[in-house]
Design a protein. Structure first.
Length: 372
């Protein structure tokens, strides 16, 4: 098989906490394993701590001299002088390359790059909105225009969920293929998984601190009901940041806050847990790396709706809503291990067929080699 190479542009990279960087790194590994496509990662923001590049061999990486569009394109020029890439895969989010949500200067550079280079774009996020007293209100127009320009220049575009697909199609400017690829697990996909009955009776609550605190503050009753119905003995609060507002216990189950965990520790934790809770929105569940991680580790995924939205959810949901937990209970008031296992298995099987990193790599590889 002929070896190819692509340039993946990302906002950040390990050891920094950066969702797009983690996604690109795992995708790069899968592209090499399945299609012999090498990746060079051009990282916009240099991490504070060094990274051992031997971890991603045969893939490679370099950094822009500083997080600015001129420094970025200077590094692109340097790379292209020494190597001809089959294409560029740009991982886009409006705040990934601009803390203030003003990405247009970088988009201009991508437009110039597209004049003699094939560009693929993965739209991880599109644009934000808000009330007039919020910055997002004033940057919304620039973010929308940035998306439109990228969509127009891209030979192929990807995004994770149906809602974003509809928004991109409504722009009516795409000149290339537009494909939906649900987000895969950024913390791995264990090959061997134990049945839930053989795991610790613990519940994982994983996500950003602001979301976890919102769950404890606004949805504590739902969390306690989950703990009672699933016979949870311990709750593990996982994610960067800690707060004195995290409860000590939920329905008698002690809550342990771990803070940030590396991907291997977090994978081991999930593989030994029976359920995981996430605060999210059903209509865009496919862009949640937390739900994907729960699916990949075959625990029972439980979603707490952060607020009601009158938007239809996708036809298939690989989780159970927190409000529906009680409906699974048997005459003794508890949810059986068999019922939990059935839902967990279905979510895991769906993930392996439609969402796994190798499924994503397969789709991306077709766009890389489309001109053959």
């Amino acid at each position: 098989m002929q070896s190819r190479s692509i340039l993946q542009i990302v906002s950040g990279f390990k050891p920094s906490v950066d969702g797009m960087g983690d996604f690109a790194r795992r995708l790069g590994d899968a592209l090499w394993q399945s299609s012999q496509i090498r990746s060079h990662f051009l990282v916009y923001r240099t991490p504070d701590a060094p990274f051992d590049a031997s971890e991603i061999v045969p893939n490679t990486l370099s950094y822009a001299a500083e997080p600015s569009p001129p420094a970025f394109i200077e590094e692109v020029d340097r790379l292209q002088q020494g190597h001809r890439f089959d294409c560029v895969l740009f991982h886009y989010g409006p705040y990934g390359y601009s803390r203030t949500g003003e990405p247009m200067d970088l988009v201009h550079e991508i437009q110039d790059l597209a004049e003699d280079t094939r560009i693929l774009v993965f739209f991880h996020e599109l644009y934000a909105s808000g009330m007039p007293w919020k910055r997002a209100f004033w940057t919304n127009r620039e973010q929308r225009e940035s998306v439109a320009r990228l969509l127009k220049l891209a030979e192929a575009s990807f995004t994770s969920n149906g809602k974003y697909m509809q928004r991109l199609k409504r722009l009516g400017v795409s000149n290339g293929h537009l494909t939906k690829i649900p987000i895969f697990s950024n913390i791995g996909e264990p090959q061997r998984l134990r049945a839930l009955s053989q795991r610790s009776r613990q519940l994982v609550i994983f996500g950003q601190l602001v979301t976890r605190l919102r769950l404890y503050r606004e949805h504590r009753q739902a969390l306690e009901n989950i703990c009672r119905k699933l016979r949870i003995q311990k709750v593990v609060d996982v994610g960067s940041g800690r707060s004195r507002h995290t409860p000590d216990s939920l329905a008698g189950a002690k809550v342990r806050s771990t803070g940030w965990m590396d991907e291997h520790q977090l994978s081991d934790l999930m593989a030994d847990s029976v359920a995981g809770v996430v605060g999210y929105w059903p209509d865009v569940w496919e862009k949640s790396g937390v739900i994907a991680a729960y699916q990949a580790h075959a625990l029972l995924p439980i979603l707490v709706e952060l607020e009601p939205r009158n938007i239809p959810a996708p036809t298939y949901l690989p989780y159970i809503l927190a409000d529906d937990i009680s409906g699974l209970a048997t005459v003794n008031g508890m949810v059986s291990d068999a019922s939990m296992q059935q839902i967990a298995d279905a979510a895991h099987n769906y993930y392996m067929i439609h969402q796994s990193v190798h499924r994503c790599a397969e789709v991306i590889a077709k766009s890389v080699t489309r001109r053959d």
